[in-house]
Design a protein around this ligand. Structure first.
Ligand code: URA
Length: 195
């Protein structure tokens, strides 16, 4: 795909409004062969400024949560459904999600993670293709097909949800603890049969 260089989108003009509002394209970060691939919604102001996903307050929550389960930010891959900041932090529109989907699918295909973890409602519904009650389904592993390949997706609440609603902290922490089990290739494979 000519817009991508490896896992990075290097040029894209598919969404007129996002092209006008972005400072830059915010690509995923982390190892190209990570066991865990976290997928958020879209870059916010901090991400747009720094060119990296989850570097604002949500990123701090994610980093802290990862540390609590013995992981470092650098151990996992982190990306978004949409790679350009929507104006005024609005949700990405259906057409924008669709325009960017090819890049997300290519990233999932190339990283080939043990587990994809969706952070919040938008990525959960985008990858599962249905309505998702995120708090109720957090920690569940769902089998989906992406680009013809079977993928395991774990639903997780958005890190920012723990800031608005401290009751979500436990849900977030226990979901990350379950996800961490998939960082060991062997236990990840063993679990394949469990779900
Ligand atoms: N929220 C997201 O969904 N993605 C980011 O990159 C930052 C905040």
């Amino acid at each position: 795909m000519e817009q991508m260089d490896g896992l990075d989108v290097v040029a894209c003009e598919r969404c007129e409004e996002l092209c006008a509002s972005r400072s830059r394209i915010v690509n995923g970060v982390g190892p190209a062969d990570a066991d865990l691939l976290f997928v958020g919604e879209a870059p916010g102001a901090n991400e747009d400024e720094q060119g990296e996903p989850f570097v604002g307050r949500s990123g701090d929550v994610l980093d802290d949560g990862l540390r609590e389960v013995g992981l470092d930010r650098g151990d996992v891959r982190i990306t978004n459904c949409v790679r350009c900041r929507p104006p005024d932090n609005r949700d990405p529109r259906k057409g924008e999600l669709a325009n960017c989907r090819e890049y997300l699918e290519a990233e999932i295909d190339r990283v080939d993670p043990e587990l994809v973890i969706t952070l919040g409602k938008v990525p959960a519904e985008h990858l599962l293709g249905r309505d998702v009650a995120v708090t109720g389904e957090a920690g569940d592993v769902v089998d989906v097909t992406v680009e013809g390949e079977p993928r395991r997706v774990m639903v997780c609440v958005h890190p920012a949800a723990t800031l608005y609603d401290p009751g979500q902290k436990e849900t977030f922490a226990s979901t990350l603890a379950k996800a961490a089990d998939f960082t060991d290739g062997e236990s990840g494979q063993r679990r394949l049969g469990d779900y």
